[in-house]
Design a protein around this ligand. Sequence first.
Ligand SMILES: [Fe+2]
Length: 224
Amino acid sequence: MTSSTSVLRTSDATQESSLQTQVNLAVDCLINSLPDPASLTALQRRGIIARYSAVLEGNFIYWMTGAYLSAKSETARMIIMENLHEEVRDCHPGMLRKFTLAANALPRESDTMAVHQQLANVRLFIGRLSPVPLVLMMAFFEGFIQKFMPFLAELAAAQGSLEQEYTDVHGVCDVVHTQELFRALEAEISLNPPEPGAHLFEGVELLCGLLQSIVPGVRFPEWA
Ligand SMILES: [Fe+2]
């Protein structure tokens, strides 16, 4: 390795670590601003589960597929493929449907419309297939989902549901998924370093906006 390559790689690693720190802060900011489940009415609890389901069931695999299509490095593609493989093999959308049905929170037209515009914004962003911002968004999303699971499980339990497979599985497997996606991000940054000043958090911001339409009142930091 030449000294200039070494400097470049050190700088990539520093950037990746800084992105990871910002993502962790954003996840913590969202999670810390979740409402106290005990303060919510049954209607509000049902609405959060229904809107979460309306967004996740039909979109998670689609978005992860977008990340796969955008990735250029072999490492990132292998990591994302493994993630997709698990989603499909273990039928995670079916798991979520079972969870939602058991909580009597199947999305209605009003739930679909409540997330419609923010969801459309995220879909358009995904369609641009920008590798670093897209893989960063999915790393953020995995980190968020993992920490969101106890809250979601509590809402369902308060609705009288005993079905917790979805929340149990994602509270565990998404820890590894998050770490692996940061490794994928590092590979993409090394292969194709973003321009200085590039707005890498665009997807994360759009996703935060979508999460606000699922759980009104949650907060997230603003990035320059
Ligand atoms: Fe999943």
